[in-house]
Design a protein around this ligand. Structure first.
Ligand SMILES: *Cc1c(COP(=O)(O)O)cnc(C)c1O
Length: 462
């Protein structure tokens, strides 16, 4: 199994190499050269299996010979052992034909734990075998950072640095990043927004001297292993609603397009998915693009669903790569045009995108109203991101096809917005009840590449 770059000019890598590398050296993102297929019978055989066994069967073909079966089973078992629900990703029902996939039972209460906990274990095994250590740098709009820190804290072979936009993450998100006491954990509050954090991260990867000097590794949603981990719950949830005999659709609260792209991979593997619905907040570049208006950057406007406050959606490049018939040159050209504002998508590529994806957008008012209405109709308290999904799903769903909306975070991660909407302040789960009392540790830093790089060099623990 080989991985190739979406921009066509970086060497093909194995799963392990692509995972340790993150961003390709031509600036592109790694994707599998061919997408493994699961037959109708393979999918039917997933019924009733544990999440871990489903994960093994779905991901195994993508791993090649990077890990043995025994290693990989052990990695999966450890990755999901810290989840608070035995089903890992349980489904609940919101309304006739409308289901909620609860992806917030991991250690940091957001879906990113599914990928990050797995990546932590994969890195640990791979680096130990190689006798290497790496510096992990991530950019976060809130949830990625805490998930990465939980996954890597205390590991010997890794320092983890997380850039987050100062003042633009929720207090729970910030505290989850700034309170772990492990010496290999470093939280950096950047003076800028999430797109600035993401841009500086890309700059670090493109500074090859720095990249090689500190052995930089990335675990942002550009990392292929993260996308892969997320493919699993599309299978587990669809099968529990009757796939492969019955089609299902998904609505996904979307920012960087990593989560919904995992759904696209599941569909390409053979899972009978009818529609993949992209749900955005007021930062709606993806909704505008899928509506045929081109991909043009606007201003990022802070919202009550901050993990979706982005304008440049990094994994969308992967979707474009497939929509353009795996033409790396075409993608490289689009990404050049993006540097100066944006690009129009060709008619052929638009048709390819519309075969799988639909999109909708929810305003702040609609999001708040959906939190209140859903609590009333089903007793379910939604986080604002999940509420964006539920609102868009209600608008776009086909009554003949079950709709699964992904609940991407626990409501207690966003207590102010949830209380404002519903009058109910969601409590933190017991295991986190002392979060507000733990001491914080964070470095404030300018939006300046040289300053960030020298800070990182000075802080590395070994
Ligand atoms: C990261 C995140 C999203 C967006 O996911 P992408 O993979 O970036 O599209 C949505 N909701 C929550 C709570 C998140 O943490």
């Amino acid at each position: 199994m080989k991985y190739i770059s979406t921009r066509g000019k970086a060497p093909a890598l194995s799963f392990e190499e692509a995972m340790l590398t993150g961003l390709a050296r031509d600036g592109g993102l790694y994707v599998p050269e061919t997408i493994p297929q699961m037959s109708h019978d393979d999918i039917a055989a997933l019924a009733g299996l544990s999440y871990e066994e489903t994960a093994f069967r779905v991901m195994r073909p993508f791993i090649g010979d990077s890990f043995t079966d025994a290693e990989f089973r052990d990695i999966i078992a450890k990755a999901y052992a810290n989840f608070n629900h035995i089903a890992r990703a349980p489904l609940t029902q919101l309304a006739p034909g409308h289901f909620l996939l609860e992806l917030f039972h991991g250690p940091t209460l957001a879906f990113k734990d599914f990928a990050m906990q797995l990546i932590g274990q994969l890195f640990e095994v791979a680096l130990k075998r190689r006798g290497e250590r790496v510096t992990i740098v991530g950019a976060t709009s809130g949830d990625t950072g805490s998930a990465a820190i939980e996954a890597f804290r205390g590991l010997d072979a890794v320092d983890v640095f997380i850039l987050f936009p100062h003042g633009r993450v929720s207090e729970v998100q910030r505290r989850q990043m700034t309170t772990p006491a492990d010496a290999n954990v470093h939280a950096l509050a950047l003076d800028g927004d999430f797109d600035d954090c993401q841009a500086r991260l890309k700059d670090m990867f493109n500074d090859f001297e720095f990249r090689d000097g500190v052995k930089l590794a990335g675990v942002n949603s550009i990392n292929w292993a993260r996308v892969l981990a997320q493919v699993v719950y599309y299978f587990s949830s669809a099968v529990s609603l009757g796939a492969p005999q019955r089609k299902v659709s998904f609505t996904v609260p979307t920012g960087n397009f990593g989560d919904i792209f995992a759904g696209y991979i599941a569909k390409r593997m053979g899972l009978p998915i009818d529609r993949l619905v992209v749900a955005t907040n007021q930062n709606d570049i993806l909704h505008r693009c899928l509506g045929g208006q081109g991909y043009f950057k606007g201003e990022t406007i802070p919202s009550i669903s901050p993990s979706m406050d982005i304008q440049v959606s990094s994994n969308f490049e992967r979707a474009l790569f497939f929509a353009y018939g795996q033409d790396g040159n075409a993608v490289a050209q689009l990404m050049d045009e993006l540097q100066t504002g944006g690009f129009n998508v060709s008619q052929g590529a638009m048709e390819a995108l519309s075969e799988s994806f639909s999109s909708g957008r929810a305003s702040e008012e609609e999001t708040l109203a959906t939190i209140a209405a859903t609590l009333k109709s089903s007793g379910q308290l939604l986080c604002p991101h999940s509420a964006v999904g539920v609102k868009v799903a209600e608008q776009l769903r086909d009554p003949a096809v079950p709709m699964i909306t992904l609940a991407t975070a626990h409501p207690a991660k966003f207590p102010d917005a949830v209380e404002r909407a519903s009058g109910v302040r969601p409590p933190l789960p017991l295991r986190m009840a002392d979060l507000y009392d733990r001491p914080e540790r964070v470095s404030r830093i300018d939006n300046d590449l040289a300053a960030i790089e020298s800070h990182i060099k000075g802080q590395i623990t070994a």
